[in-house]
Design a protein around this ligand. Structure first.
Ligand SMILES: [Zn+2]
Length: 374
């Protein structure tokens, strides 16, 4: 394992590594900082492993469980003269990119002797943490909004999570989850948790090994873990002198949940809030400033998309063979716009992660299809 520090992004103070902390006393979020000490990328990669443990040396945790996690396939397509590499994150064990972060976080909690973990999510994060908890023998408390779809709540129960239904909005659910921290039970919510980003960064290493460098990365932004994970992974590849620069990041949000994109100068053209992009419907993500800075440093830009565009893109993605959830269609809308408006240059190379499986949301997908017929 590479030596590492846990540092508060707000005050710069270093935190202890032998206890689970998700937020500093000053209210700041933590980041993990690795010290590569002149080591080189090839010697750190365990090429025998075709899963996330291939990068065990880069991860600040001992005892990663032996299941197939990560190493998702890439499908290459040429769209309007641009090479688009779809990374099929939705084919992961729990059906989304959140498996990577949940896998590393749960292993870390176990290493620190934690009995149970507490998560707030009704969607992919809850499913990923429940699955990882099940295979690590750790209790999982999941806090969900009362109005969350029954199918999702049942799936969490099937994975032996303790499901707590909360009356209120997403922020109320978050507050109740945090309040539930007690002796041996820690809050691991991905909005804050730095180990989650460590898991997500492995997507950048994989993409580099699979297709080399990319010119652009197009990602949906909710709490920003996939964006910050990819940014950190690519930045570490630059630090290790494997790449010259981090790809330009194109951050994408949906109408009504677009603070980050507006910070980056994007225009919101719609009046109603998105109902489809539920995976990224987060009003005020704690890492907002970090996300904006990351996009700016890569010379990237931001796009806000509408539900009508998401619907059309979902159909197009299915025609390409990808059964994904509506949130996964968000970056595809942005890809097409960016090509059309000249942000993405012809003959360039794009990485586009398809984040979540549509098989969890068949009822919603059928409803959208019915709307399109009218
Ligand atoms: Zn601090």
């Amino acid at each position: 394992m590479i030596p590492f520090k846990v540092v508060c992004c707000n005050c710069g103070k270093e935190a202890r590594r032998d206890e689970w902390r998700w937020r500093d006393d000053c209210g700041g979020v933590f980041d993990i900082v690795l010290d590569f000490q002149g080591r080189e990328f090839p010697e750190l990669v365990d090429v025998k492993e075709e899963n996330i443990r291939r990068y065990a040396q880069f991860l600040p945790v001992e005892g990663l469980p032996s299941v197939h996690q990560g190493w998702t396939p890439i499908v290459k397509k040429t769209i309007a003269g641009v090479e688009v590499n779809f990374k099929l994150e939705y084919l992961s064990l729990g059906g989304s990119f959140k498996d990577r972060g949940a896998y590393v976080s749960t292993a870390k909690a176990k290493e620190l002797g934690v009995k149970g973990i507490i998560v707030d999510s009704s969607g992919n994060a809850g499913i990923s943490f429940s699955l990882m908890g099940l295979l690590s023998g750790i209790n999982v408390d999941v806090f969900v909004p009362k109005h969350a779809p029954e199918g999702k709540k049942n799936l969490l129960r099937l994975l032996q999570a303790n499901v707590h239904e909360i009356d209120g909005d997403r922020m109320d659910v978050n507050r109740e989850a945090i309040k539930a921290e007690r002796e041996g039970f820690v809050y691991v919510g991905h909005w804050w948790n730095p180990y989650f980003i460590e898991g997500e960064k492995t997507m950048a290493y994989e993409a580099y090994e699979q297709i080399g460098s990319s010119d652009y990365v197009v990602v949906p932004v909710g709490s920003g873990t996939i964006l910050l994970g990819l940014y950190k992974g690519y930045q570490e590849l630059v630090e290790l002198q494997v790449l010259n620069k981090v790809p330009e990041i194109i951050a994408v949000q949906a109408c009504g949940y677009s603070k980050i994109c507006r910070d980056l100068g994007a225009k919101e053209r719609c009046l109603t809030k998105s109902k489809l992009a539920d995976g990224i419907a987060i009003a005020d993500p704690p890492r907002r400033r970090q996300i904006v800075e990351a996009v700016k440093r890569t010379n990237g830009h931001a796009i806000i998309v509408e539900d009508e565009e998401i619907k059309e893109s979902l159909v197009e993605l299915r025609r390409l063979g990808f059964i994904v959830e509506p949130t996964s269609a968000v970056p595809y809308v942005a890809l097409k716009q960016s090509i059309k408006e000249g942000f993405i240059k012809p003959k360039s190379k794009v990485l586009l992660p398809l984040t979540g499986s549509g098989l969890k949301l068949v009822d919603e997908l059928i409803e959208i299809k019915e709307c399109l017929k009218m």
